[in-house]
Ligand binder design. Structure first.
Ligand code: SDX
Length: 430
């Protein structure tokens, strides 16, 4: 691999350093391009632009590979807890037994939220989307905790509070939105069990924790835990680059995740399947609409900026659907519709030529339906899973000596210099 790439501009040659990643990824370092050549690059949507070097997650979009700190996601799904996965992403290695125990105690100790926060929910307009509420509450958390002098201590306690409290805040928004009594976290329950209990326990109908539901939730969150420089992670890094506190950076990540092209796709997929069922649309008709350039309709849960083959997470998510529904001896007509859509799309030339395959969101909503999560909380479930990844990426950027305020440039295409026209000349008196 050459050390440099050569750029020839008007006969003048410029050498640009080549950067090589652990897995052979190649980049041209253009950090000095403008000062050396007067040019910038233009890459709308950043599909060809690396924002950083990172040692957290490796994705191979052509081969459908995903690893957290080098460990294949399939192995973590098979053997790890979500807490272990969060610890791995944040600290760069799996915890020892003692570290895992301490981490569990800390997460339990910090899982309550200040009672004053309940009034924030009560004055939120009914029917507000849970992602808007969650983003606001994560930002509001900061107001309850004066900054500690010691930066490292401040960061560690903030990381713990965020991981511990996001579940409580999410479950509170669900309970309060339904006018139900808030259920507090219990010190005797593990991470996933505690969330399920806070969501579904009630004085009139105690929630019975089902091991297969817990396993499905654990897998769901592990599969969502990080995904390198996706839209919401980039938002966390960019907002964090201004040196604002971590609560605010995570709040920005939740806002970025909310959109239907990103983390809101799991909700959009189930709404799409519901429409297909309610309208009795044929699978072929749906596929034709998705292919029609003149129709804004898209097959939600299909396609990905990086994966040009089957998203490895979607494979596992599809298996979770089958396993969980059979363990709960229940069926979901949406799963049958999804499988039919997949079968037709994967044989269709348009989808093959455009490398469109199911992504993590195509089957994930069906898992959440089986668990009992309401559809508008599906992106919230994604956010809880992605929180460890956002934290890990933020920490990595804060500790990167090369990291600085993110401030992209642009190519201006507006009017050339022009003069102000006084008001009286613009509005002729009648
Ligand atoms: C997530 O980045 C991440 O890692 C994200 C994520 C994570 O874990 O953080 O993996 C989570 O966000 C997954 C993606 C969830 N979004 C959806 O499922 C929404 C549906 N998918 C599409 O909107 C789309 O595939 C995107 C947004 C996901 C990716 O789109 P790109 O890379 O910007 O590509 P594009 O929109 O320019 O599409 C390229 C072509 C176009 O056709 P042409 O104009 O070139 O002929 O593919 C077509 C598109 O029309 N296309 C689709 C399609 N997705 C792309 N056509 C029909 N249905 C689709 N779903």
């Amino acid at each position: 691999m050459p050390e440099y790439a050569e750029l020839n501009i008007n006969g003048k040659k410029h050498k640009l350093p080549v950067v090589l990643g652990t897995e052979g990824e190649k980049a041209i370092d253009i950090s000095k391009l403008r000062q050396d050549t007067g040019f910038i690059t233009l890459d709308v949507g950043y599909g060809n632009t690396g924002s950083c070097t990172s040692s957290i997650t490796f994705m191979d979009g052509e081969n459908g590979i995903l690893r957290y700190r080098g460990i294949p996601v399939e192995q973590l799904a098979e053997h790890a807890t979500f807490k272990e996965t969060a610890y791995l992403l944040i600290h760069g290695r799996l915890p020892t037994w003692e570290e895992h125990r301490q981490f569990s105690v800390l997460l339990n100790d910090h899982s309550l939220v200040h009672e004053d926060m309940r009034s924030f929910y009560q004055h939120y307009p009914r029917g507000s989307h849970p992602m808007g509420i969650l983003s606001a509450m994560l930002n509001a958390l900061k107001s309850f905790y004066p900054e500690l002098e010691n930066l490292e201590e401040e960061i560690n306690i903030t990381v713990t509070r965020l991981l511990a409290k996001i579940r409580t805040l999410a479950a509170m928004s669900y309970k309060i939105s339904r006018g139900h009594q808030v259920v507090y976290p219990r010190p005797d329950l593990a991470y996933c069990e505690n969330f399920l209990n806070m969501m579904f326990d009630s004085p009139v109908r105690p929630y019975k924790i089902h091991p297969d539901v817990v396993k499905a939730l654990r897998l769901f969150w592990i599969l969502h835990a990080d995904h390198e420089q996706n839209c919401s992670t980039s938002a966390v890094r960019i907002v964090g680059s201004g040196r604002v506190n971590l609560y605010a950076a995570i709040s920005a990540g939740i806002a970025a995740l909310w959109g239907p092209l990103h983390g809101g796709a799991n909700q959009a997929v189930v709404e799409m399947l519901e429409n297909i069922q309610n309208e009795g649309s044929s699978i072929q008709r749906v596929i034709e609409r998705a292919k029609d350039k003149n129709d804004p309709y898209r097959l939600m849960g299909f396609g990905h900026r990086v994966y040009k083959t089957y998203d490895p997470r979607a494979k596992i998510m599809k298996n979770i659907c089958d396993t969980l529904l059979s363990k709960l001896t229940t069926q979901d007509p949406f799963l049958e519709i999804a499988k039919k859509l997949e079968a037709v799309a994967l044989k269709d030339d348009y989808f093959i030529e455009h490398n469109l395959y199911p992504n993590v969101d195509f089957y994930s909503g069906i898992v959440l339906r089986a668990i009992g999560i309401p559809t508008n909380m599906f992106p919230v479930m994604f956010a809880i899973g992605r929180l460890p990844g956002w934290i890990a990426q933020w920490l990595e950027s804060m500790n990167d000596p090369n990291w600085k305020l993110c401030r992209p440039r642009q190519i201006y295409t507006g009017p050339k210099i022009t003069d102000y026209v006084p008001f009286e000349q613009r509005y002729k008196k009648p």
